[in-house]
Write a protein that binds this ligand. Structure first.
Ligand code: SF4
Length: 118
């Protein structure tokens, strides 16, 4: 006999969409996404199975964005392991620093040009 949900039961309320609703890894073995290196095999190599699932995931960019935003330190997120995400963050920091340096140099040049013209 089907249960009739109580109107105040919050579990029956519709919930907003979340990208993880479409995750290709839903139902997959969690351990595959959080491999621990063993027997001399690094975790990054053992992460291959998880990465294969991520390749076909429709929410890969959202997942990676989450991991980068919230600094997920462990596991495979958005198809990248922790070392790959750390490298991505280093590259982004270097690019941002380069951009700031370029803007400072431009401002100094404009200031020097304005001083010379006056
Ligand atoms: S990108 Fe990978 S870890 Fe992220 S939701 Fe998709 S399958 Fe899961």
């Amino acid at each position: 006999m089907p249960q009739i949900p109580h109107p105040n039961d919050t579990r029956t309320l519709p919930r907003p969409y979340h990208w993880s609703d479409d995750a290709a890894c839903a139902g997959a073995e969690t351990a595959a996404f959080f491999p621990v290196g063993k027997g001399g095999v690094p975790a990054s190599v053992l992460a291959g199975d998880a990465k294969e699932i991520c390749v076909h995931c429709p929410v890969r960019s959202e997942c990676l964005g989450h991991a980068l935003t919230f600094r997920e330190d462990y596991g495979v997120w958005g198809g990248l392991d922790e070392d790959e995400r750390a490298e991505l963050l280093r590259q982004a920091r270097r690019a941002a620093e380069k951009q700031r340096r370029k803007e400072r140099e431009q401002q100094q040049k404009e200031k020097a040009d304005a001083t010379t013209a006056a």
